[in-house]
Design a protein around this ligand. Structure first.
Ligand SMILES: C[S@@+](CC[C@H](N)C(=O)[O-])C[C@H]1O[C@@H](n2cnc3c(N)ncnc32)[C@H](O)[C@@H]1O
Length: 208
Protein backbone atom coordinates (compact mmCIF):
# COMPACT_ATOMS: atom_id res chain seq x y z
CA UNK A 1 0.00 0.00 0.00
CA UNK A 2 1.39 3.37 -0.98
CA UNK A 3 1.95 6.11 1.59
CA UNK A 4 1.65 9.80 0.77
CA UNK A 5 5.18 9.99 -0.63
CA UNK A 6 4.35 7.09 -2.95
CA UNK A 7 1.23 8.92 -4.18
CA UNK A 8 3.25 12.14 -4.59
CA UNK A 9 5.64 10.28 -6.90
CA UNK A 10 2.79 8.59 -8.79
CA UNK A 11 0.74 11.77 -9.34
CA UNK A 12 2.26 12.80 -12.70
CA UNK A 13 1.70 9.39 -14.33
CA UNK A 14 -1.36 8.26 -12.36
CA UNK A 15 -4.04 8.94 -15.00
CA UNK A 16 -2.08 7.10 -17.69
CA UNK A 17 -1.29 4.08 -15.55
CA UNK A 18 -4.86 3.50 -14.36
CA UNK A 19 -6.12 3.76 -17.95
CA UNK A 20 -3.65 1.17 -19.21
CA UNK A 21 -4.36 -1.21 -16.31
CA UNK A 22 -8.08 -0.83 -17.13
CA UNK A 23 -7.60 -1.36 -20.89
CA UNK A 24 -5.61 -4.53 -20.22
CA UNK A 25 -8.35 -5.74 -17.86
CA UNK A 26 -5.82 -6.16 -15.09
CA UNK A 27 -6.27 -6.00 -11.32
CA UNK A 28 -6.38 -3.53 -9.66
CA UNK A 29 -7.94 -1.14 -12.18
CA UNK A 30 -9.93 -3.53 -14.42
CA UNK A 31 -13.27 -1.82 -14.94
CA UNK A 32 -12.07 1.58 -13.64
CA UNK A 33 -13.66 3.59 -16.49
CA UNK A 34 -16.95 1.71 -16.13
CA UNK A 35 -16.87 2.17 -12.36
CA UNK A 36 -16.48 5.94 -12.74
CA UNK A 37 -19.24 6.04 -15.38
CA UNK A 38 -21.57 4.07 -13.06
CA UNK A 39 -20.74 6.48 -10.21
CA UNK A 40 -21.61 9.40 -12.47
CA UNK A 41 -25.02 7.85 -13.26
CA UNK A 42 -25.84 7.98 -9.53
CA UNK A 43 -25.58 11.78 -9.53
CA UNK A 44 -28.88 13.05 -10.84
CA UNK A 45 -28.12 16.76 -11.09
CA UNK A 46 -24.48 17.86 -10.79
CA UNK A 47 -25.18 21.57 -11.32
CA UNK A 48 -24.93 23.27 -7.93
CA UNK A 49 -24.48 19.97 -6.06
CA UNK A 50 -22.15 20.01 -3.05
CA UNK A 51 -19.78 17.05 -3.51
CA UNK A 52 -17.15 15.82 -1.07
CA UNK A 53 -14.52 13.58 -2.72
CA UNK A 54 -12.43 11.59 -0.23
CA UNK A 55 -9.05 10.62 -1.70
CA UNK A 56 -9.75 12.91 -4.65
CA UNK A 57 -6.38 12.16 -6.29
CA UNK A 58 -5.89 13.95 -9.62
CA UNK A 59 -9.65 14.50 -9.81
CA UNK A 60 -10.33 11.74 -12.35
CA UNK A 61 -13.91 11.40 -11.08
CA UNK A 62 -14.77 14.83 -9.71
CA UNK A 63 -13.37 16.89 -12.59
CA UNK A 64 -16.26 15.74 -14.79
CA UNK A 65 -18.81 16.83 -12.18
CA UNK A 66 -16.95 20.12 -11.74
CA UNK A 67 -17.23 20.74 -15.50
CA UNK A 68 -20.97 20.13 -15.16
CA UNK A 69 -21.29 22.78 -12.44
CA UNK A 70 -20.85 20.85 -9.17
CA UNK A 71 -19.04 22.41 -6.19
CA UNK A 72 -16.19 20.05 -5.39
CA UNK A 73 -14.52 19.71 -2.02
CA UNK A 74 -11.61 17.25 -2.13
CA UNK A 75 -9.57 15.65 0.64
CA UNK A 76 -6.24 13.92 0.04
CA UNK A 77 -2.99 13.37 1.94
CA UNK A 78 -0.81 13.73 -1.16
CA UNK A 79 0.17 17.34 -1.88
CA UNK A 80 1.19 16.42 -5.45
CA UNK A 81 -2.16 14.71 -6.15
CA UNK A 82 -3.92 17.82 -4.82
CA UNK A 83 -1.86 19.99 -7.16
CA UNK A 84 -3.18 17.96 -10.12
CA UNK A 85 -6.73 18.19 -8.74
CA UNK A 86 -6.44 21.97 -8.30
CA UNK A 87 -5.22 22.35 -11.89
CA UNK A 88 -8.22 20.31 -13.11
CA UNK A 89 -10.71 22.14 -10.84
CA UNK A 90 -9.41 25.67 -10.17
CA UNK A 91 -12.59 26.68 -8.35
CA UNK A 92 -12.59 23.62 -6.10
CA UNK A 93 -11.87 23.52 -2.38
CA UNK A 94 -9.12 21.18 -1.26
CA UNK A 95 -7.90 19.90 2.08
CA UNK A 96 -4.51 18.27 2.63
CA UNK A 97 -5.50 15.71 5.25
CA UNK A 98 -5.20 12.03 6.18
CA UNK A 99 -8.72 10.57 6.26
CA UNK A 100 -7.54 7.84 8.64
CA UNK A 101 -8.37 10.55 11.21
CA UNK A 102 -11.80 11.22 9.69
CA UNK A 103 -12.50 14.61 8.14
CA UNK A 104 -10.52 17.80 8.75
CA UNK A 105 -12.02 19.91 11.57
CA UNK A 106 -13.30 22.58 9.16
CA UNK A 107 -15.46 20.00 7.36
CA UNK A 108 -16.90 18.26 10.40
CA UNK A 109 -20.16 20.21 10.52
CA UNK A 110 -20.54 20.58 6.76
CA UNK A 111 -23.32 18.86 4.80
CA UNK A 112 -23.03 17.55 1.25
CA UNK A 113 -25.43 16.27 -1.37
CA UNK A 114 -22.95 13.58 -2.36
CA UNK A 115 -19.98 12.08 -0.58
CA UNK A 116 -17.88 10.07 -3.02
CA UNK A 117 -14.66 8.10 -2.86
CA UNK A 118 -13.05 6.06 -5.60
CA UNK A 119 -10.15 3.65 -5.11
CA UNK A 120 -9.12 5.06 -1.74
CA UNK A 121 -11.16 3.30 0.97
CA UNK A 122 -8.86 0.26 0.92
CA UNK A 123 -6.49 2.33 3.10
CA UNK A 124 -8.86 1.71 6.03
CA UNK A 125 -9.49 -1.64 7.70
CA UNK A 126 -13.06 -2.93 7.97
CA UNK A 127 -13.71 -1.37 11.40
CA UNK A 128 -12.21 1.90 10.14
CA UNK A 129 -14.39 1.83 7.01
CA UNK A 130 -17.52 1.20 9.06
CA UNK A 131 -16.83 3.90 11.65
CA UNK A 132 -15.87 6.46 8.98
CA UNK A 133 -19.08 5.69 7.05
CA UNK A 134 -21.15 6.06 10.23
CA UNK A 135 -19.51 9.46 10.86
CA UNK A 136 -20.00 10.54 7.23
CA UNK A 137 -23.75 9.93 7.58
CA UNK A 138 -23.71 13.11 9.69
CA UNK A 139 -22.28 15.06 6.73
CA UNK A 140 -25.09 14.13 4.33
CA UNK A 141 -27.89 16.53 3.49
CA UNK A 142 -31.38 15.00 3.65
CA UNK A 143 -31.78 12.89 0.51
CA UNK A 144 -27.99 12.80 0.00
CA UNK A 145 -25.98 9.78 -1.09
CA UNK A 146 -22.62 8.25 -0.16
CA UNK A 147 -20.91 6.48 -3.10
CA UNK A 148 -17.83 4.37 -2.39
CA UNK A 149 -16.12 2.66 -5.33
CA UNK A 150 -13.00 0.56 -4.98
CA UNK A 151 -11.35 -2.75 -5.63
CA UNK A 152 -14.09 -4.78 -3.97
CA UNK A 153 -15.90 -8.10 -3.89
CA UNK A 154 -19.30 -9.47 -2.95
CA UNK A 155 -17.80 -12.39 -1.07
CA UNK A 156 -14.45 -13.46 0.38
CA UNK A 157 -14.48 -16.42 -2.04
CA UNK A 158 -14.44 -13.93 -4.94
CA UNK A 159 -11.60 -11.98 -3.33
CA UNK A 160 -9.58 -15.18 -2.92
CA UNK A 161 -10.16 -16.09 -6.58
CA UNK A 162 -8.98 -12.64 -7.71
CA UNK A 163 -5.90 -12.90 -5.50
CA UNK A 164 -5.06 -16.26 -7.12
CA UNK A 165 -5.57 -14.86 -10.65
CA UNK A 166 -3.47 -11.77 -9.94
CA UNK A 167 -0.37 -13.57 -8.67
CA UNK A 168 2.49 -11.23 -7.81
CA UNK A 169 0.49 -8.14 -8.68
CA UNK A 170 -1.81 -8.68 -5.68
CA UNK A 171 -1.18 -6.15 -2.90
CA UNK A 172 -1.79 -7.90 0.39
CA UNK A 173 -1.38 -4.67 2.36
CA UNK A 174 -4.53 -3.14 0.88
CA UNK A 175 -7.81 -3.95 2.61
CA UNK A 176 -10.51 -4.39 0.02
CA UNK A 177 -14.22 -4.15 0.72
CA UNK A 178 -15.99 -7.49 0.93
CA UNK A 179 -19.70 -6.75 0.99
CA UNK A 180 -20.68 -9.84 2.99
CA UNK A 181 -18.26 -8.74 5.74
CA UNK A 182 -18.68 -4.96 5.68
CA UNK A 183 -22.44 -4.63 5.37
CA UNK A 184 -23.20 -6.38 8.70
CA UNK A 185 -20.88 -3.84 10.41
CA UNK A 186 -23.24 -1.10 9.24
CA UNK A 187 -26.28 -2.65 10.87
CA UNK A 188 -28.11 -0.13 13.08
CA UNK A 189 -26.11 2.75 11.53
CA UNK A 190 -29.22 4.36 10.13
CA UNK A 191 -27.63 3.97 6.68
CA UNK A 192 -29.07 1.74 3.97
CA UNK A 193 -26.08 0.12 2.24
CA UNK A 194 -26.30 -1.49 -1.21
CA UNK A 195 -23.37 -3.14 -2.99
CA UNK A 196 -23.03 -3.80 -6.72
CA UNK A 197 -20.18 -5.66 -8.42
CA UNK A 198 -19.02 -3.80 -11.56
CA UNK A 199 -15.96 -5.73 -12.79
CA UNK A 200 -14.32 -8.91 -11.51
CA UNK A 201 -12.30 -6.81 -9.07
CA UNK A 202 -14.31 -3.62 -8.48
CA UNK A 203 -17.64 -2.61 -7.08
CA UNK A 204 -19.70 0.29 -5.79
CA UNK A 205 -21.22 0.64 -2.33
CA UNK A 206 -23.97 3.21 -1.97
CA UNK A 207 -25.45 4.35 1.31
CA UNK A 208 -28.27 6.74 2.07
C1 LIG B 1 -5.65 5.19 -6.15
S1 LIG B 1 -5.82 6.91 -5.85
C2 LIG B 1 -7.52 7.24 -6.35
C3 LIG B 1 -7.68 8.66 -6.80
C4 LIG B 1 -9.06 9.02 -7.38
N1 LIG B 1 -10.09 8.98 -6.36
C5 LIG B 1 -9.39 8.11 -8.53
O1 LIG B 1 -10.44 7.47 -8.54
O2 LIG B 1 -8.61 8.05 -9.49
C6 LIG B 1 -5.98 6.99 -4.08
C7 LIG B 1 -5.95 8.43 -3.59
O3 LIG B 1 -6.30 8.43 -2.20
C8 LIG B 1 -5.33 9.19 -1.50
N2 LIG B 1 -5.24 8.60 -0.15
C9 LIG B 1 -4.94 7.34 0.18
N3 LIG B 1 -4.97 7.14 1.50
C10 LIG B 1 -5.31 8.36 2.03
C11 LIG B 1 -5.50 8.82 3.35
N4 LIG B 1 -5.36 8.00 4.40
N5 LIG B 1 -5.85 10.12 3.54
C12 LIG B 1 -6.00 10.95 2.48
N6 LIG B 1 -5.82 10.57 1.19
C13 LIG B 1 -5.48 9.28 0.98
C14 LIG B 1 -4.04 9.06 -2.29
O4 LIG B 1 -3.15 10.11 -2.05
C15 LIG B 1 -4.57 9.06 -3.71
O5 LIG B 1 -4.68 10.36 -4.24
Amino acid sequence: MLDKDGFDKWSATYDKSVSSSDEEGRYPFAGYTTVLAEMRKLIAEPRGAEVLDIGVGTGKFSAGLYAEGANICGVDFSAAMLEEARAAMPGGEFHHFDFASGLPAELRGRKFDYIVSSYAFHHLDDAGKASFLRALAGNLKPGGLIIIADVAFSTSVELTACRARSGEKWDDSEIYMVAETLLPLLKDSGLKPEYRQISDCAGILTLH
